[in-house]
Design a protein around this ligand. Structure first.
Ligand code: URA
Length: 462
């Protein structure tokens, strides 16, 4: 089939497209659709696909090209369909990935308890820490494999589900990502945006909130990079008819206290009991507040936050979480015990064999807890994967005992390390010893809410 890509088809050939992009020209909608069809049909040789992706990374894609690429990718597979009566209520959140990021586990049931429908298709972690699906799979019995029809019935009964990507959802992304991974072409704003937004667009959403992480523990380290990625995704998602905003949020320090799969499930349960760390709850309410006020449920972000707080307080959000995990395979009794505040969750969740506290070697004030180093340390203990297929240790990870801005004495435990090996591995200790930044002087400013910027757009490119 590769021959068709070198000879003109509808006047277009892949070689022409490579040359055009190499010169820095913008591709047309038809050219982009031709390219995506070639990817799906395996009609483009490996060499030409690699060359096309590299030209795209080097010369970039503008908003219109990115929107065309996203739409063509979305249409390469199934676009989910939902009952008409749900229109206006179908919502989701996506995060570009953070350390200790358990927001989806808390936010999805809160949104469901507000009457929203949340068909969350999520990912596994490929990196130092597990993804949302890995965290949920630490609950015995939890399954992530559901087709759209099964999702529809969970959404009808419960209002939210958190599932894995099916074979039929955006097949073009799977093929493109596999090549990007081995050709050094992952880091392109246009390619990342189209990859993320095409999968959310295939969920056929009405409203979307994006959490674009910024800092050491994020894929976008600088404010400029995060803002560029957020703006691009907001523009293309709105261009596809999904009412979308993004919050750019701080990711230099870990989110909450827990890093590690089962540890983060336990912290999420605390959040749903109304006892979660302040920064986690702030982030949950800010993301949910912006989403719900855009969806017109309440007039303002603040009013939406108050409604969510009330639903956590009276147990309705936790009830949605319990019913969601039962619908996704967890035994009723297990779910009941897991969600009961009187019960010890560690009678159900997998626990690491040992817990060891690490002490600060300095007195002062905490200026930073390097989330990247914390993630690397957790990954080395088995909380994440270095290659796809690696088996995770669900119980291992870190429980921070202090936060940024806190005073600390020499000898105070700043982190409890949950490990399966007899002692903490030396390379894990080395990372953690460098993660805590203690200074003599008090920290002057602290961003309690983690939100750095709100990114919205009125761009409409239907
Ligand atoms: N996440 C995705 O889904 N795609 C990318 O390209 C990068 C991050």
């Amino acid at each position: 089939m590769a021959a068709t890509t070198n000879s003109a088809s509808n006047g277009i050939s892949i070689l022409d497209l490579i040359l055009k992009k190499k010169q820095g020209s913008a591709l047309t909608k038809e050219e982009i659709e031709y390219f995506v069809q070639g990817v799906v049909d395996d009609a483009i040789s490996k060499e030409q696909l690699g060359a096309m992706l590299m030209a795209t990374v080097l010369k970039g894609l503008d908003d219109f090209e990115t929107t065309c690429l996203t739409r063509a990718m979305m249409n390469s597979g199934e676009v989910m369909s939902w009952p008409e009566k749900w229109r206006g209520k179908i919502v989701d959140k996506h995060s570009t990935g953070g350390v200790g990021d358990k927001i989806s586990l808390v936010l999805a049931p809160i949104l469901a308890s507000c009457g929203m429908k949340v068909p969350m298709v999520s990912g596994r972690g490929l990196g130092h820490t597990g993804g949302t699906l890995d965290k949920l799979e630490s609950i015995p019995g939890f399954s992530v494999a559901f087709n759209t029809s099964a999702m529809r019935s969970i959404l009808e009964d419960v209002g939210c589900c958190i599932v894995g990507q099916t074979e039929t959802l955006v097949p073009a992304d799977k093929k493109l990502y596999a090549t990007r991974d081995i050709t050094g072409t992952v880091d392109s704003v246009g390619l990342i945006s189209s990859s993320i937004v095409s999968k959310k667009a295939a969920e056929n959403l009405d409203f979307l909130i994006l959490d674009v992480k910024c800092g050491k523990g994020a894929s976008t380290n600088s404010e400029e990079e995060a803002f560029e990625l957020g703006t691009r995704m907001v523009n293309i998602a709105n261009g596809l008819g999904i009412n979308t905003a993004a919050l750019m949020t701080e990711m230099t320090n870990p989110i909450g206290q827990a890093i590690g799969n089962a540890l983060e499930v336990a912290e999420s349960l605390s959040c749903l009991h109304g006892k979660g760390p302040k920064d986690v709850m702030n982030l949950v309410y800010q993301l949910g507040g912006h989403l719900l006020s855009r969806a017109g449920l309440k007039e303002t972000v603040e009013m939406s936050c108050s409604m969510m707080e009330a639903l956590v307080r009276d147990g309705k959000a936790m009830d949605c979480f319990r019913r969601m995990i039962i619908a996704q395979g967890v035994a009723e009794d297990t779910a009941k015990r897991l969600c009961d505040p009187e019960n010890d969750v560690w009678a159900i969740l997998p626990k690491a064999k040992h817990v060891t506290g690490l002490k600060s070697d300095k007195k002062g004030f905490i200026h930073e807890i390097d989330s990247k180093r914390c993630a690397i340390a957790s990954g080395k203990m088995g909380a994440g994967r270095s290659k796809s297929g690696d088996v995770l240790q669900f119980g291992v990870g870190l429980m921070l005992q202090v936060g940024v801005g806190d005073a600390i004495d020499k000898g105070d435990v700043w982190v409890n390390v949950h490990h399966d090996t007899d002692s903490i591995p030396v390379d894990v200790l080395t990372e953690l010893e460098q993660a805590l930044v203690v200074e003599d002087q008090e920290l002057t400013s602290k961003n309690e809410s983690r939100v750095m910027k709100v990114i919205t757009s009125s761009l409409d490119m239907h």
